[in-house]
Ligand binder design. Sequence first.
Ligand SMILES: [Zn+2]
Ligand SMILES: [Zn+2]
Length: 343
Amino acid sequence: MNTMQSALFYGARDLRLESVRVPVAGPGEVVVKIVKALTCATDLKTYIRGSHKMIPSLPSPFGHEFCGTIAEIGEGVQGLEIDMLVVVANSAPCNECYFCRLDKHNLCDNLQFLNGAYSEYICVPQSIVKQNLYRIPGDVPPERMALLEPLACVVHGVERTGIEMDNRVAVIGAGPIGLMFTRLIKLTGAEVIVLGRSPWKLEAATQLGADHVLNVDEEDPEQAVRDLSDGRGVDVVIEAVGLPEIWERAVNITRRGGVINLFGGCEKGTEVRIDTHKLHYEEKRIMSVFHHTPRYVAMAYDLLLRGELDEKILITDRLPLDRLADAFEKMEKRQALKICITP
Ligand SMILES: [Zn+2]
Ligand SMILES: [Zn+2]
């Protein structure tokens, strides 16, 4: 029996590297030998909170951003070859349920999630092979392409928010997601103000094109945003932190009639309080965008191929799989953005 090392998630702060059976590709599936995996703030949240929508049961394989080479091809799979370098998004919709027919594939009743990037091998299910698996050309750094999934979420977020070229946008949070928003919003032509806490992350925001950065530990963010927006507040706010108190703050820094995209997911069971006058008499619009769809994955793939996102700014560290726990510790201490994990 062939075995491999795989990180299994048992619950809050309980991640164990175990020896498990190498998966075998069934009909329509492929097994990918992982070359690079990337840590994700969602993984960190899951690690701390102990649960997440993307992890249906415990213990669970863990990690969902990766690229690798094809090690085994299941019966009936067309167009792929052994050793081909590929990148895979972490879910696929069924295309048959009520929500898929509404073109809301991210809300699919049967959304199939894939976890297990922190392993030597992973078996990619048929629906993902068919819809969300892409070849990586030889001249593109594989770890850049491993940004496919989070970037697809951000492309989805930018498009659904409807940002206009003349908008002034505040991005709250200078983690990988906030930084990817910064870059993509700059591509639309809008002005971007980034709010964060770590000076070095705010420096990364500047490198990615932010017009202004605000350190919320040093100045009153609500006043500082008003000062930068003619006293009105910004046209659009993207909340990329995922804390209820920041969701509440996001509403306060938006102008009348502005849009608030609550992008960062909060812990299950948490609640927010919002002034009803701000919603009604000030016509502030609150929205959320969750996850991605095959269409946004395709768009993210093109953006990455064209080199529109500098992966060297986002991937700050590298560690082997057996030091995964150190990677989470580093992220928790805000000493890293994304960490590239090599099995
Ligand atoms: Zn992710
Ligand atoms: Zn569906």
